[in-house]
Design a binder for this molecule. Structure first.
Ligand code: SAH
Length: 213
């Protein structure tokens, strides 16, 4: 039902984006969204709207998840970094599309819950850790793709540095809460190009005081 809603929305969203790729919709169809959200909101898991997952975090509405996954333009051999694990829903979708997913969540209990739930559901190529994703995951860099699922007022420099030449980042970015879903490409020679796709709403990318920045 939900994927149908996503397809319908995608078909009418021509002014902002092409149709969502079939393989993205197939990957979404396989993920049990209700098992990744907290018990209290399970009944609403298959509606096309954002859901609260505790600790002031929300999963985006499925259409935005679909659009971001589609824009990421992943290939099966890719290694992907996600900043903002939240429920683990986006990570689970990516799990079926790429080789490895590394996901960072700043709220420890969310990181713990998502990591445990993803493991219990058998998503073996996803690794979750608690930490400030602004700094990326240097030990695992470089990444073919980076997806940021919290709103940033600028593109974190460490993430740009950890993006492989020829790689792509999808990130909601803007000042004063005026976020634009943005696609950033790094050419093989390291040249950066940016494209704004759509105004969006996301919870803010927060910083740990201890991270020094
Ligand atoms: N992708 C998630 C939804 C993310 S909501 C899903 O599929 O469920 C945004 C998440 O980003 C929240 O859980 C929030 O705690 C987290 N976040 C905010 N700032 C962060 C940071 N600096 N590093 C890592 N995670 C962060």
């Amino acid at each position: 039902m939900m994927v149908l809603a996503v397809e319908n929305l995608a078909a009418t969203a021509g002014s902002t984006h092409r149709r969502i790729d079939r393989k993205v919709l197939d990957a979404m169809r396989k993920v049990p969204r209700h098992l990744l959200v907290p018990q209290e909101v399970r009944a609403e898991a298959y509606q096309n709207r954002p859901l609260p997952i505790g600790y002031e975090a929300t999963i985006s509405q499925p259409y935005i998840v679909a659009l971001m996954t589609d824009l990421l333009d992943v290939e099966p051999g890719h290694k992907v970094l996600e900043v903002g694990t939240g429920s683990g829903y986006q990570a689970a979708i990516l799990s079926g599309l790429v080789n490895r997913v590394h996901s960072i969540e700043i709220v420890e209990p969310l990181a713990k819950r998502a990591g445990e739930q993803l493991a219990a559901l058998g998503y073996r190529n996803v690794t979750v850790r608690a930490g400030d994703g602004y700094a990326g995951w240097p030990e695992q860099a470089p990444f073919d793709r980076i997806i940021v699922t919290a709103g940033a007022d600028h593109v974190p420099r460490p993430l740009m540095d950890q993006l492989r030449p020829g790689g792509r980042m999808v990130i909601p970015v803007g000042e004063g809460g005026d976020l634009q879903l943005t696609v950033i490409d790094k050419s093989r020679k390291g040249r950066i190009s940016k494209r704004r796709v759509l105004p969006v709403y996301f919870v803010p990318l927060t910083r740990k005081a201890s991270s020094g920045g």
